[in-house]
Design a protein around this ligand. Structure first.
Ligand code: NAP
Ligand code: HSE
Length: 447
C-alpha cells in the first residue's frame, strides 16, 4: 500500500493559497445543519485546500438558542434574527437548512436578490417555488445550489444537470423516500404490518411524528418533480405527479409478491413519451433481479435511462445528518469556486415547455387481491367483470380464508388505466366481492 501521507505532501501546496476567508451564514442547526458544522470541522483541511480558501462560519440562525445541540457552536454565534445573516454584507454564502416553505422561501429570495449564493436542502421550496428562486438568483447575479434537496447524499442533481446533459433521458425510476423504503423492507423481512413498521420508523427517528408526507408519497412526489424538471428541461410541479402512498399495503401483498419473484417498492417514475412527460409515485412490484429491488432500508436509488448512457443507477443514503451534509458541503465548495472565478453557475435549465400527462393513456400489469365469498360461480362473475372491462387475466391464485371466504390474487396482462379502473369499480359492486383489498401496478417490463 502507498504511503498516502507522503503522496499528499508531494502534491499539495504547503499552505492554503488565499488567506481571505469566505464567510458563510447558516439558517438552521438541526439534523442537517449540525452535520454541516461537523463536516466543515472534521474535514476542514481537505475542504479548504480543495477550494483554496478558508471557510468561516458566520451567524447561525435557530428558533431556540438555548436548546441542547449535538455540535459545539459558540453561544454568541447563535441568533434568532435571520437579518444577522441576510443583512450582513460580509456573509457571501447562505446555507438554508431550516426546512418548511415559510419563512425559508422569503429568506432564500432575499439572500439571492442581494447577491449572496444560496445552498439549500429544501425540497419543498425548490419543488413548489423553483421558478421564483431561479428568478431571484438571476436578478441578484447569484448562484443557488440544491443537491441535498433530492436523495440526500446521492449526487443526482449535478449528474443530471451536467454529466448526463448530452442525453435524451427516456425515464427516471427511483426510490426517493427512505422512510417508506425502510417500512416496506421491515414488512418484507419481518412480516410485520404497516402500523408496526411505521411505529418502528418513528422510534428510530426516520419518520416524523406525523409521517403522512412520507407514507402518502408527498415527499417522493416533490423530489420527483425536481428531478423531472432537470432531466427533461421543463418545469414540473408536485401537482403534476400522480400519487399513491403505501397506506394500503399489507404484508400479505408483500408475501404474495415474494412468491411471484417480486419486491414491493414505492417507486417514483418520470417517463418521456411522445405526448409529454408522465410523473407518478405509487407502490409497484419490481422483479427481484432488478437493481431497484435490492435497495433496502433507508437507502435511496435513482435508475436513469438515457439514449447515450444507457442504464445508470445512483445508489446511497437519501437522508441523515452526514450524508445530507455531504451534498450541502459539496455545493458550498462549488459556491466558493464560483465566487472566486467571478462567474455564475448553471441557473434554471428548463428551456422547454413539455405537457405533464395524467395517468390516462398509461398501461401496466396489475396485481389485485380480493376477499370474496367462497361459493360456486364467484370466479365466473369476477372473470365476467374483468372481461367486459377488457382486462385480460394472466394468473389467478385462490386460497381459503376461514369457512366461507376466499382470497383471490389476480395478475393481469398489461392493461390501460381506464380499463382497470372500470374493472375495479365493477368488482366493488359485486355482492360476492367483500373487499378489493389491494390493486398495485407491476413495474414496466422495460425498466
Ligand atoms: P430540523 O432538524 O428540524 O432542523 C431545523 C433547524 O432550523 C433547527 O435548528 C431549527 O431551530 C431551525 N429553524 C426552523 N424554523 C426556524 C425559523 N422559523 N427560524 C429560525 N430557525 C428555524 O430539520 P432537518 O432535518 O435538519 O432538515 C432541514 C432541511 O433539510 C429541510 O428542508 C429538509 O427537508 C432537508 N433535508 C433533510 C434531510 C434529513 O435527513 N433530515 C435530508 C435531506 C433534506 P431549533 O434547533 O432552535 O429548533
Ligand atoms: N423524509 C425523507 C425520507 C428524508 O424519508 O426520505 C428527507 O428527504
Amino acid at each position: 500500500m502507498q504511503d498516502m501521507t507522503a503522496l499528499r505532501a508531494a502534491v499539495t501546496p504547503a499552505s492554503v493559497p488565499s488567506p481571505e476567508p469566505v464567510r458563510v451564514g447558516l439558517l438552521g442547526l438541526g439534523t442537517v445543519g449540525s452535520g454541516v458544522v461537523r463536516l466543515l470541522a472534521e474535514n476542514r483541511d481537505a475542504i479548504e485546500r480543495r477550494v483554496g480558501r478558508r471557510i468561516e462560519l458566520g451567524p447561525v440562525v435557530v428558533r431556540d438558542p438555548n436548546r441542547a445541540r449535538s455540535v459545539q457552536v459558540p453561544r454568541d454565534m447563535l441568533t434568532t434574527d435571520a437579518g444577522a445573516v441576510l443583512d450582513d454584507p460580509s456573509v457571501r454564502i447562505v446555507v438554508e437548512v431550516m426546512g418548511g416553505v415559510h419563512p425559508a422561501l422569503e429568506y432564500i429570495l432575499r439572500a439571492l436578490r442581494s447577491g449572496k449564493a444560496v445552498v439549500t436542502a429544501n425540497k419543498d421550496v425548490i419543488a413548489e417555488h423553483g421558478q421564483r428562486v431561479f428568478a431571484a438568483a438571476d436578478a441578484g447575479g447569484a448562484d443557488v445550489f440544491f443537491e441535498a434537496a433530492v436523495a440526500g447524499g446521492i449526487p443526482i442533481i449535478r449528474s443530471l444537470k451536467e454529466s448526463l446533459a448530452g442525453n435524451r433521458i427516456r425515464r427516471l425510476a427511483g426510490i426517493l423516500n427512505g422512510t417508506t423504503n425502510y417500512i416496506l423492507t421491515r414488512m418484507e423481512r419481518e412480516g410485520v404490518n404497516l402500523d408496526q413498521a411505521v411505529a418502528e420508523a418513528q422510534r428510530l427517528g426516520y419518520a416524523e411524528a406525523d409521517p403522512s408526507a412520507d407514507v402518502e408519497g408527498w415527499d417522493a412526489a416533490r423530489k420527483l418533480a425536481i428531478l423531472a424538471s432537470i432531466a427533461f428541461s421543463s418545469r414540473f410541479l408536485p401537482r403534476h405527479v400522480y400519487r399513491e402512498g403505501i397506506g394500503a399495503v399489507s404484508h400479505r401483498d408483500i408475501a404474495h409478491g415474494e412468491r411471484m419473484g417480486w419486491s414491493l417498492k414505492l417507486l417514483a417514475i418520470a417517463e418521456h413519451v411522445e405526448e409529454g412527460v408522465r410523473l407518478r409515485v405509487h407502490p409497484a412490484f419490481v422483479p427481484r433481479q432488478h437493481p431497484l429491488a435490492s435497495v433496502h432500508d433507508t437507502f435511496n436509488a435513482i435508475y436513469v435511462q438515457g439514449d447515450a448512457v444507457g442504464d445508470a443507477m445512483f445508489y446511497g443514503r437519501g437522508a441523515g445528518s452526514l450524508p445530507t451534509a455531504s451534498a450541502v458541503v459539496g455545493d458550498l465548495m462549488e459556491a466558493v469556486r464560483f465566487i472566486d472565478r467571478g462567474g455564475k453557475g448553471l441557473s434554471c435549465t428548463c428551456v422547454y415547455r413539455i405537457p405533464a400527462l395524467s395517468m390516462a393513456g398509461s398501461a401496466s400489469r396489475f396485481y389485485v387481491r380480493l376477499e370474496v365469498k367462497d361459493r360456486p360461480g364467484v370466479l365466473a362473475q369476477i372473470a365476467g367483470v374483468l372481461g367486459r372491462a377488457g382486462v385480460n387475466i394472466e394468473s389467478v391464485l385462490q386460497s381459503p380464508v376461514g369457512e366461507d371466504q376466499a382470497e383471490l390474487v389476480l395478475v393481469t396482462h398489461r392493461v390501460a388505466e381506464e380499463r382497470m379502473a372500470r374493472a375495479l369499480r365493477g368488482l366493488r359492486r359485486l355482492e360476492s366481492v367483500e373487499r378489493v383489498a389491494a390493486a398495485f401496478r407491476v413495474a414496466p417490463e422495460d425498466l
